[in-house]
Design a protein around this ligand. Structure first.
Ligand code: ZN
Length: 130
């Protein structure tokens, strides 16, 4: 099932409740795993804490660890850093599902990271009964 987001230039978005609802519908009370996959090359997914300050810190720290250099890709669309960060963080997360409910630790949330918005973004949520 597809999840769509309208994003800002750079931001971390907590998509946990949207994913929870989709997985509930897809799983029909069964247990297994959910795969959450972003279709884009300048976005990423992670599981972490949705504290407002931390969500800004994640974006700022990720951009600061990518070296300032002359990227070849920037001749095309000036977003090489966003592609590199997306590659480092990854484009999917897997979470366990018990009886139709996604299972997360107390402070864990599913976070979508926009690195080169604003854009309309698509995330695929899949449930596997295993
Ligand atoms: Zn690009």
């Amino acid at each position: 099932m597809m999840l769509e987001l309208n994003t800002k230039r750079r931001e971390v978005v907590d998509i946990t409740e949207k994913v929870r609802k989709i997985v509930k519908d897809l799983s029909n009370g069964k247990s297994g795993i959910a795969v959450i996959f972003t279709y884009h090359t300048t976005t990423a997914l992670t599981v972490n804490e949705a504290e407002e300050g931390l969500m800004d810190d994640i974006i700022n720290a990720l951009f600061s660890i990518v070296p300032k250099m002359e990227y070849k890709h920037n001749r095309i669309d000036n977003n090489a850093e966003a592609h590199i960060i997306a590659s480092i963080v990854g484009n999917s997360v897997v979470v366990p599902v018990d009886n139709g409910e996604i299972v997360l630790g107390t402070w864990q949330r599913i976070l979508f990271i926009e690195l080169d918005g604003p854009r309309k973004r698509k995330i695929h949520v899949k449930f596997l009964n295993i």
